[in-house]
Write a protein that binds this ligand. Structure first.
Ligand SMILES: [Fe+2]
Length: 476
């Protein structure tokens, strides 16, 4: 086999206290070889594993799973496409997590919505990379719109993505922006999708998940601009292609799905009514538990955002981790942020009953120390509230939002905010809204005297007037 070179990556996904998935996408057919060492120059690296042969069926993307790693240990690594050991040099590293349940302080980053303005887009990632060299970040959560498949002006392919090759082309362009390319090898990631991995504000129309659509104004705009018919509509096969390519780039290296959707004969998601599978997954970092929701592929217009199967998985998980000192619910759509004139109702505000199901479940079961981590809004915010169940015991809850890494910002968000209307939620307080490109920093700090950690959120944002990246006061 000819060995093609690496196009995207390497990056570290699915990190645990004892394992990691090293991911890359190559230019053509290849096998990935993973070299791992405790030394930064890899001078004593050993061959720790290899991928399956990468071919066109996965867009030449693949992973090398590493196992039997030691907890809280730094590993230097590289991926090669030949079996020859790497030349000495400076190599990236990752540090394995503490074992599940171990109370350790840590810091993670999060953000969403990356639409590079031009070839040099990705200033936020350059800021993160510079900072990362001075401070230890355990990982970064990327909460959706990791590409803008439908943004023909900025997606690198000059048209709306309609085929697997188009979607792969958008990833190839977006993820090779120099700053993101430099950051990826050095910061383990956990990803989930929002809408633009497929198309703008898309959703299913029917419970059988045969018919998908985009909003009427998008359709009309595209028709009026003379776009090709396949760019103006969203047939089932395009959703399947987009999600296959999502899997190749964002899910293949993630922790295992809690209950994967069924695949069809072509190895694509089948999407049949009654299939309880979703793209949700969970992981732990020491004594912090994370549930990463799939708010997109189960979403059926005016019916459900998560689907019953994912609800069962979420409620089971919440009971499993009830005694964990801190839980993070990761959702690409904001939960506690409603606003006037939200015509698209593309967030949890469009599914109020279902949102109440979560609030009442947390209140009824007395599940404390829950933090919602979200994005999507093109502005950052921090919200606190109290949940009240039948026994009227108040349970604090927080929502931290960081969005966008780089995209147009939403100047209306501050003016139009309204507290959610729910019998379970009281004392909702918006602590700040920041309309600027940004990312979030969450510090989880345990000390010997307290069972519960202190959890602080800081938004790092690009100040419009000075062009400097500034930090909000820590909150939480
Ligand atoms: Fe976005």
């Amino acid at each position: 086999m000819n060995t093609a070179s690496i196009l995207l990556g390497p990056l570290v996904g699915g990190l645990t206290h004892q394992s990691a998935n090293l991911w890359a996408r190559c230019q053509g057919e290849a096998i990935l070889y993973a070299w791992v060492s405790h030394k930064p120059d890899l001078s004593d690296a050993t061959l720790a594993g290899q991928s399956l042969p990468l071919d066109g069926r996965t867009g030449f993307a693949g992973v090398v799973p590493l196992s039997n790693l030691q907890p809280e240990t730094r590993y230097y690594y590289t991926l090669t496409t030949s079996k020859q050991s790497p030349a000495p040099g400076q190599y990236p590293s990752f540090t394995t997590f503490p074992p599940p349940g171990e109370k350790r302080s840590f810091t993670f980053l999060f953000g969403s919505c990356f639409r590079p303005t031009d070839e040099n887009g990705g200033e936020a990632f350059a800021v993160i990379e510079e900072w990362r060299q001075k401070e230890n970040f355990s990982f970064m959560l990327m909460i959706g719109d990791q590409i803008y498949a439908d943004d023909w002006k900025h997606n690198g392919i000059g048209k709306i993505a309609v085929s697997k090759d188009d979607y792969r082309g958008v990833y190839a362009y977006t993820w090779t922006r120099p700053s993101l390319r430099r950051l990826f090898p050095n910061l383990p990631v956990f990803m989930t999708l929002d809408d633009h991995e497929v198309d703008d504000d898309w959703h299913w129309l029917d419970a059988e998940r045969r018919w998908a659509t985009i909003p009427f104004y998008n359709r009309w705009e595209r028709i009026l601009r003379g776009f090709k018919p396949q760019e103006c509509h969203l047939p089932l096969h395009r959703v399947r292609d987009a999600l296959q390519v999502y899997w190749e780039h964002q899910l293949m290296h993630a922790p295992p799905l809690i209950s994967a959707p069924r695949l069809n004969y072509a190895n694509q998601y089948e999407f049949k009514e009654g299939d309880s599978g979703s793209l949700a997954y969970k992981f732990t970092c020491g004594a912090a538990a994370f549930f990463v929701m799939d708010t997109r592929t189960m979403r059926i217009q005016r019916q459900t955002i998560l689907g019953e199967g994912q609800w069962q998985a979420l409620e089971t998980w919440l009971m499993e981790v009830k005694d964990y000192p801190v839980k993070f619910l990761v959702t690409s759509s904001a939960l506690l942020f409603d606003f006037f004139g939200d015509v698209t109702a593309d967030r949890w505000s469009g599914f109020k009953q279902e949102r109440d199901r979560l609030f009442y479940f947390l209140a009824r079961e007395g599940i404390e120390n829950v933090y919602i981590i979200t994005g999507d809004l093109h502005s950052g915010h921090a919200i606190s509230a109290s949940l009240y169940g039948p026994n009227q015991q108040a349970i604090p809850i927080w929502e931290f939002c960081a969005s966008p890494f780089e995209q147009k910002t939403n100047w209306l968000s501050k003016l139009l905010f309204i507290p959610v209307s729910s019998g379970a939620v009281k004392n909702e307080k918006l602590h700040f809204v920041k309309k600027a490109c940004n990312f979030g920093v969450v510090r989880v700090q345990f000390d010997e005297t307290h069972q519960k950690p202190v959890v602080h959120f800081t938004l790092i944002y690009k100040d419009k007037t000075s062009g400097q990246w500034l930090a909000t006061e820590p909150i939480g």
